[in-house]
Design a protein around this ligand. Structure first.
Ligand code: NAD
Length: 262
């Protein structure tokens, strides 16, 4: 069923040139929003693409100003741009911590800060942050990445409190492992990509990877004027990975190996 609940609204999606961000742009467009994509790389996209590195405040403010001058308003911000990192707390130096925090946490801060004056003028203002299962469950070899996503979860709640009386809602989605170019790159680098994929699929109770479209629909729900009473929430899109505790399969032999990737 087609829902056109975003007619007349303007949305910005960071990291919309690939994977989950591209699917979010499609989902918001399908609901009637005019969509601008902010990404550090270009892409063959049907939407307005603005080159923007979320680690550079000057490119962020310029991009947001360009969106508002070009499309006339700003109602929805999706902070999706993000990067991964592998290792325990012992494995990464300060430079790596600061690099990942700069994109995953401060990137959302910079984009939200630039957008707030425009969102305050919208009757349907919403920010949706793309967080992760890594914010709510301990995953091996993901210390830096998990810390950044834990920060995104707390930031979401703090921002929701700060801006609720201004009519700006702030929520996040927590995807499990999603079949995107990011995960495909990680799988390609694994010693045994087929075995690794099988292990990742088995880690999610519904037995498969999440699709980018499933995450996008959750984001669209939270961004929608139809969710006007929903703020400060984290919506898991993880096949039950965060919430369910299943008994192991009947045969112990059927248990796949523990995945290495998050
Ligand atoms: P992806 O690598 O396919 O896409 C990420 C996009 O972000 C790319 O287009 C990239 O150019 C852009 N980007 C990266 N750094 C940027 C910067 N500094 N400035 C502007 N754009 C930048 O990744 P994806 O799998 O689609 O992940 C998107 C988001 O979803 C990330 O925040 C990630 O942490 C989160 N997430 C992904 C998964 C997963 O399994 N794929 C799971 C949970 C959460």
């Amino acid at each position: 069923m087609e829902v056109r609940d975003m007619e007349g609204l303007v949305a910005v999606v960071t990291g919309g040139a690939s994977g989950i961000g591209a699917a979010i742009a499609d989902a918001l467009h399908a609901r009637g929003a005019r969509v601008a994509v902010l990404d550090r790389v270009g892409a063959d996209s049907p939407y307005r693409i603005l080159r923007c590195d979320v680690t550079r405040d000057d490119t962020v403010t310029t991009a947001i100003t360009d969106v508002v001058s070009g499309l006339g308003r700003l109602d929805i911000v999706v902070n999706n741009a993000g990067i991964g990192a592998v290792g325990t707390v012992a494995d990464n130096d300060d430079a790596e911590w600061l690099r990942v925090l700069d994109v995953n946490v401060l990137g959302a801060v910079r984009v939200s800060r630039a957008a707030l004056p425009h969102l305050r003028k919208s009757p349907h203002a919403a920010i949706v942050n793309v967080c992760s299962i890594a914010a709510t469950a301990g995953l091996p070899q993901r210390a830096v990445y998990s810390a950044t996503k834990g920060a995104v979860l707390s930031l979401t709640q703090a921002m929701a409190a700060d801006h609720v009386r201004e009519g700006i809602r702030v929520n996040c989605v927590n995807p499990g492992t999603v079949d995107t170019p990011w995960v495909q790159r990680l799988l390609a680098a694994a010693d045994d990509p087929v075995r690794e994929r099988t292990a990742l699929e088995a880690r999610q109770p519904h037995g498969r990877l999440v699709t980018a479209q499933e995450v996008a629909h959750a984001v669209a729900y939270l961004a929608s004027p139809l969710a006007a009473s929903t703020t400060g929430t984290a919506l898991a899109v993880d096949g039950g990975m965060a919430a369910l505790r299943l008994r192991p399969p009947a045969s112990a032999d059927a248990q796949p190996a523990q995945p290495i990737l998050a």
